[in-house]
Design a binder for this molecule. Structure first.
Ligand SMILES: Cc1ncc(COP(=O)(O)O)c(C=O)c1O
Length: 383
């Protein structure tokens, strides 16, 4: 039985062939680290890291590669942002649809005097922009939104949210885990102070690497969450003030840098616009097909507009875990079942604590695979 991978919201698979190839080449023939030594191989690795920053800058219409900070992943980037920006007594607004990569640090920080509130979202996960404006306070130091939900695929109107924040002089940040590589994102147009992205989802790179892109004035006020050796200013025990070294302590994930750079070269050839159009075709096909499957409930937006290709389903009267198990064992369809590290989103959608069976599509998902998934869902629902 052929396996159909529909878990791209967790991590994209397969990767463009160049990703593994470049990582292997690096490990077997380059080996040097970045920003430490000055021999040829180390210079080459440094150039690949620079190209990666430049590609990320180009992707998000962000002009300054020095402010593209490479992180060990999106959860790290979000922690760097929250811990670096918020002090005891500060107030932070997030949406009611956040992932635990945001909620757990905030819960932890609330033990030490940071206050946070959730801006309500409707039953499809869509942010109440009026409430956002109402809930801003003089001590609000950050608004951080999940750009698209990893549960329902709901995309927030980040441009309008950015305008609200700008009108009140509050830094605005996005967790673009589910949109980076799937939808065009223009850093300046969204009025962002910070953008955190993982390498391994829509940006098609390996796990263990991500980026935190920082507006220069915001970066200047941000405290490093991790400090240590940077390979620069080694005469000093103080953390460098210049970018990106200020936020990049420790030996980086160089195989990841090579792999991600290759992934972005591929993605730039394809273009994000083409990926977005592909996602939309698949979403329309899936939503249309689902209407003809009785007994399965879809949570989140029912149209392809205002969403990414992440779909949460419920099989009423059945155990969702068993439904996911049957999808795999009987039809080869790989999904994710449960609460997807986002209890707040499930509470908003009314699916807590039952959770959902999540199907998520990527660049390499085909219409034929979506068709097979629909047939399998219908069979599991009926049987
Ligand atoms: C919306 C959202 N935010 C944050 C994360 C955390 O990303 P990572 O696990 O790559 O660090 C995820 C991962 O699924 C996510 O979907």
């Amino acid at each position: 039985m052929r396996t159909i991978y529909l878990d791209h919201a967790a991590t994209s698979f397969p990767k463009p062939p160049a990703v593994g190839k470049r990582m292997q080449e690096y490990v077997e023939t380059v080996g040097a680290t970045v920003n430490r030594s000055s021999y040829g191989a180390a210079q080459e690795a440094g150039m690949v890291a620079l190209r990666l920053r430049q590609r990320l800058g180009a992707l998000f219409s962000f002009p300054d590669p020095a402010h593209v900070v490479l992180t060990p992943g999106n959860t790290w980037g979000l922690n760097m942002l929250l811990h670096g920006a918020l002090r005891p007594g500060d107030h932070c607004l997030v949406s009611a649809m956040e992932h635990n990569a945001v909620m757990r640090p905030l819960q932890q920080m609330s033990q030490h005097g940071v206050r946070f509130e959730r801006v309500p979202c409707d039953a499809e996960g869509c942010l109440d922009l009026r409430a956002l404006e109402r809930m801003l306070r003089p001590d609000t130091r950050l608004v951080l939104l999940c750009h698209a939900s990893n549960v329902s695929g709901t995309v927030q109107d980040a441009e309008r949210a950015g305008q609200v924040c700008a009108a009140h002089g509050v830094p605005f940040a996005l967790d673009a885990a589910q949109t980076a590589g799937h939808l065009p994102i223009d850093f300046g147009r969204l009025g962002l102070a910070a953008l955190s992205v993982p390498g391994h989802k829509g940006l098609m790179g390996p796990q263990g690497i991500g980026a935190l892109i920082l507006r220069p004035d915001f970066a200047a006020a941000l405290e490093p969450f991790v400090s240590g050796g940077t390979g620069s200013a080694s005469d000093s025990e103080e953390q460098p003030s210049y970018m990106p070294d200020r936020f990049e302590s420790g030996t980086p994930n160089v195989p990841g840098i090579y792999g991600w750079e290759a992934a972005l070269e591929y993605l730039q050839g394809v273009t994000v616009e083409t990926v977005a159009a592909h996602d939309r075709v698949l979403a329309e096909q899936f939503l249309d097909g689902l209407q003809r499957v009785p007994g399965v409930v879809l949570y989140g937006p029912r149209t392809a507009a205002g969403r990414v290709g992440v779909f949460s389903l419920d099989f009423p009267g059945k155990d969702n875990a068993e439904a996911a198990y049957r999808l795999e064992c009987e039809y080869g369809i790989l999904t994710r079942c449960g609460l997807h590290c986002a209890p707040s989103a499930h509470k908003t959608l009314g699916t807590f604590p039952r959770g959902s069976v999540r199907l998520s599509f990527g660049w390499f998902t085909t219409e034929e695979e979506v068709g097979r998934a629909l047939e399998a869902i219908a069979a599991v629902s009926a049987g």
